[in-house]
Design a protein. Structure first.
Length: 88
C-alpha cells in the first residue's frame, strides 16, 4: 500500500498543479465558439423575431468571449471582434 500511495501523489500532485490552471481556460474557449456557431445558424429560419433573437444570442456569446480576452487569448479576442462586426 505504501509504494502505491507514494507513486500516486507524485504524478497526480504534479499534473493537477500544472493542468488545473489551464483546464478552465480551455473549457472557456471551446463552448463559446461552439455556441457562437449555433447562434449564427438560426437567422434565416424565423421572421422578424429572428433578428431580435439573433442579436440576443450574439450578445450572450460575446459576453462569454470577454472573460478569456482579459486572460490574453488572441483567439477569444478575434471571436469577440467577429461577434461585434456581425452584431452591427
Amino acid at each position: 500500500p505504501l509504494p502505491a500511495a507514494t507513486s500516486v501523489p507524485s504524478p497526480s500532485g504534479s499534473v493537477p498543479g500544472a493542468a488545473a490552471p489551464f483546464r478552465p481556460l480551455f473549457n472557456d474557449f471551446g463552448p463559446p465558439s461552439m455556441g457562437y456557431v449555433q447562434a449564427m445558424k438560426p437567422p434565416g429560419a424565423q421572421g422578424s423575431q429572428s433578428t431580435y433573437t439573433d442579436l440576443l444570442s450574439v450578445i450572450e456569446e460575446m459576453g462569454k468571449e470577454i472573460r478569456p480576452t482579459y486572460a490574453g487569448s488572441k483567439s477569444a479576442m478575434e471571436r469577440l471582434k467577429r461577434g461585434t462586426g456581425r452584431a452591427r
